[in-house]
Design a protein around this ligand. Sequence first.
Ligand code: FES
Length: 71
Amino acid sequence: MSPVTICVCHHVTEDEIVGWIRRGVTTVEGLGEHCDAGQGCGDCRESLEELIEDFGDESGADGALAVSRAQ
Ligand code: FES
């Protein structure tokens, strides 16, 4: 199966973007800094936001820490 290209302008694939999100990049701007996604025409920005929503809190590490600190 061929990789899904999310940002056509900079040839950034979904796998690469999800990889950055899993490493803690949770903003479109942050993704732009790390892999240039969203730094061209801007058409992919909505898709980037959706990927951040879908994969952004998967690790749960920060959330768990926030909960334990709040108690
Ligand atoms: S498709 Fe990503 S900036 Fe154009």
